[in-house]
Design a protein. Structure first.
Length: 495
């Protein structure tokens, strides 16, 4: 297959699996030619990957709107104040995913990407459905833990995309692909909130004994059905990419990382965890990925808590529907950034520098939140206790500004995948490298929500620095995260 010109379509035919050769026969690379031509992306493969991407966040987040009510229905405790503790235990999804993410990546380097994706997709779909049938606390813990184990293959899906793309088309591919994760995180709670307990919400349609006995089955059924459709589509159309490309020739000038410094045996070598962590740039990616996940997950938790808390205790006193509106708007902002602006930025800016820029934004997303509370305090009408119209408009402008900053900072996730592709020691260890970095991301994802919510509650209850000690701590952690990303820029200079 020959590389298409800039005027040719970005997609390529599915039956064309040959590798694009961008080097002249003489063995010297024509850099100008390589950068001026765009390799078409396999359309069907890319579509399948985009459909698979939102399944994990949909399954993870769909329980959030109703989990406290679910725990109350199960009568796990007689103390309503402890419901939140038991609701947190159902986050066993994140902990089991943490344990499974690297083994799935390791297996994908040996068994292939396709079987790992198929097993994970089918297992996640079935366990999500079983959660809807749970009638005991033990059942909820078990099904969520199993779902987390099967969703541990989340690093394998972007690995397939890495193997399908090259430098000429990855800016578009990863930008568009990155849009589907936040979309899933928006759709999940929407489904859970609208379809839980349908016998009570929509008695005209669902007033049956089955839905009264299993009030949380319907959202699980919908997401499980979507997962099974994805499983069938992937089973029929998704192709294996592990052995699609010929082994790298170490005599050629490499496009990514430092493959040119390795011997032929090292090019095909499968690196262990210890060997991967001995590579400084991989350690930097893991540390930065961990900090990115921790700080971004904490922002999601703290933003909702801040908006929901009364103005007198340091929040905004917004009702849930306004918070939902803000989160939906942030999803729209993310979509515009990912699809419209991100491809152009990635083509023009060094990826490590772009990643560091995104990470430097995080401290400011936390720093500006207390300013909104100060504005709200001065805009409360004493007679009614409500905000005047001017203050409300000013607050929404501030919220949009902070959410825009946060969504730019969230772009670091998409750039992170490109950095994994660039700095993986070789293609034979690409899945293991992605799995290791994803492990660090899942590690923070498992602990960050509990830390953030506990920190907010502790600071508010003790009125520490006016209840804003959590802001100082998160700003400090944000600056620390930017230092981790700076290490990636520094380490990449010598590669």
């Amino acid at each position: 297959m020959t590389v298409s010109t800039e005027e040719s379509p970005l997609w390529r035919r599915e039956d064309d699996d040959a590798i694009v050769e961008t080097q002249p026969a003489s063995g010297t690379m024509d850099i100008h030619s390589a950068h001026s031509k765009t390799t078409p992306i396999p359309k069907i493969q890319f579509t399948i990957l985009c459909l698979l991407r939102p399944l994990d966040p949909m399954s993870f987040t769909q329980i959030f709107p109703y989990i406290n009510e679910f725990m109350s229905d199960l009568r796990v405790t007689g103390d309503p104040s402890r419901i939140g503790f038991y609701s947190g235990l159902v986050s066993s999804f994140a902990f089991s995913q943490l344990l499974a993410v690297y083994p799935w990546g390791y297996l994908s380097d040996r068994l292939g990407r396709r079987p790992v994706v198929l097993i994970g997709t089918f297992g996640l779909s079935i366990t999500t459905l079983l959660f809807g049938f749970s009638t005991s606390f033990t059942g909820t813990i078990l099904t969520r833990a199993l779902a987390g184990l099967f969703s541990g293959n989340i690093s394998v899906i972007p690995t397939i995309l890495i193997e399908l793309t090259d430098q000429s088309n990855q800016a578009f591919a990863f930008s568009f692909f990155g849009f589907w994760w936040p979309l899933g995180a928006i759709i999940g709670p929407l489904i859970g909130g609208l379809l839980s307990n349908p016998a009570r919400r929509y008695p005209s349609y669902f007033d049956y004994n089955f839905f009264r006995h299993y009030p949380y089955f319907l959202p699980c059924l919908l997401i499980s059905s979507f997962g099974l459709v994805c499983f069938v589509a992937a089973g029929l159309l998704l192709k294996e990419t592990l052995n699609q490309k010929q082994p790298e020739d170490p005599r050629k000038v490499p496009s990514y990382g430092s493959l040119g410094e390795h011997s032929p045996s090292e090019v095909s070598k499968k690196f262990t965890v210890k060997e991967l962590l001995e590579i400084r740039i991989i350690r930097a990616l893991c540390a930065s990925g961990c900090s990115l996940s921790f700080i971004s997950t904490a922002f999601d938790v703290l933003f909702v808590l801040f908006c929901y808390s009364p103005i007198s205790t340091g929040g905004l006193g917004f009702p849930t529907e306004k918070i939902g509106l803000a989160l939906s708007a942030s999803g729209f902002i993310a979509a515009v950034l990912q699809v419209v602006f991100m491809p152009t930025i990635l083509r023009r800016v060094n990826h490590a520098v772009m990643y560091h820029f995104c990470m430097k934004i995080w401290p400011f997303t936390f720093l500006f939140l207390p300013l909104l509370n100060i504005i709200a305090r001065h805009g409360v009408i004493s007679e009614t206790g409500k905000l005047d119209s001017f203050t409300t408009s000013l607050l929404w402008c501030g919220i949009w500004s902070i959410l825009c900053m946060a969504r730019v900072a969230f772009l670091a996730y998409s750039v992170n995948m490109l950095l994994i592709k660039r700095f993986a020691p070789n293609s034979s260890s690409l899945g293991s490298t992605a799995g290791l970095v994803q492990f660090s991301i899942c590690f923070s994802r498992a602990f960050s929500p509990a830390f953030a919510s506990s920190l907010f509650a502790f600071c508010a209850s003790r009125n520490l620095i006016g209840g804003y000690l959590w802001v100082i701590i998160m700003v400090s952690l944000g600056f620390l995260s930017s230092l981790f990303s700076k290490n990636i820029v520094q380490e990449s200079v010598g590669l």
